[in-house]
Design a protein around this ligand. Structure first.
Ligand SMILES: NC(=O)c1ccc[n+]([C@@H]2O[C@H](COP(=O)([O-])OP(=O)(O)OC[C@H]3O[C@@H](n4cnc5c(N)ncnc54)[C@H](OP(=O)(O)O)[C@@H]3O)[C@@H](O)[C@H]2O)c1
Length: 212
């Protein structure tokens, strides 16, 4: 598939790299081709194409948004017309002061993003852990049990497309429901950060599903 990344920092770069190595065509939507993150991404993987944001989004089947939450409005403004009907993967998290929810838990960041691009098919994914687990999601010794990747969205076909990518990347995709459920996923992120980085558990843990 043709995949475009808006944001290739801690989150975007490893996802883009792994997806390119799985055989997808990856394009970076670069507002500045010389920026530190774009150059670092190219150093990591020279196969990435780099285009102006509007051209990168036009040529994409799936667009990943991996920008700081406060930058989302500006990042989407110049490409919103090209996002109509496309899958937009919301990899962002609204993180407020003292690990509170950045939108006061009144609505999810994903729904805010959907309101900015109403005709895109927004799917929340790749948000419930820190960057360390996006770099490396291998947890050997658990048999067929894979780390869980919880996703949410309003469009079933779009979620299936992203679930398939999650699976190829080594996650167990779990569809948690409509986009409004993203609020709970964003709280799971805050919990993960609290446990990993504040309480000192460290970053080498993930959520998994045991079911009967
Ligand atoms: N870090 C984590 O552990 C983690 C884990 C899961 C989810 N998240 C979420 O993922 C998102 C990205 O986090 P990150 O740690 O990857 O951030 P980061 O390393 O700072 O990277 C941010 C990327 O966004 C780009 N960017 C910034 N402002 C932009 C704008 N107005 N238009 C277009 N691109 C813009 C930057 O490009 P330039 O270099 O050109 O400025 C850079 O490529 C955040 O919402 C975060 O909450 C983070």
């Amino acid at each position: 598939m043709n995949l475009t990344f808006i944001g290739v920092g801690n989150v975007g770069a490893p996802l883009a790299d792994q997806l390119q190595r799985l055989g997808h065509s990856v394009t970076i939507a670069a507002r500045d081709t010389h920026s530190q993150s774009v150059q670092a991404a190219l150093n990591r993987n020279a196969s990435f194409e780099v285009k102006a944001p509007i051209d990168a989004v036009r040529s994409a089947e799936v667009v990943f948004l991996a920008t700081p939450f406060a930058a989302n409005e500006a990042a989407l403004a110049e490409v919103s017309s090209a996002l109509a009907g496309k899958i937009l993967v919301d990899c962002t998290n609204p993180v407020g002061a003292n690990l509170a929810h950045g939108l006061q838990s009144e609505r999810s960041g994903a729904e805010f993003i959907q309101s900015l691009v109403p005709t895109a098919k927004v799917v929340k994914a790749f948000t419930i852990y820190g960057l360390e687990n996006l770099e490396n999601n291998h947890y050997p010794g658990y048999g067929d049990l894979k780390p869980a990747m919880l996703i949410a969205g309003n469009n079933a076909a779009a979620k299936q497309t992203i679930a398939t990518l999650c699976q190829a990347l080594g996650w167990e995709p779990i569809d948690t429901g409509n986009l409004a459920i993203s609020l709970h996923l964003e709280h799971m992120t805050l919990l993960w950060i609290q446990m990993a980085r504040v309480q000192g558990l460290g970053t080498d843990f993930v959520w998994a599903r045991l079911q009967r």
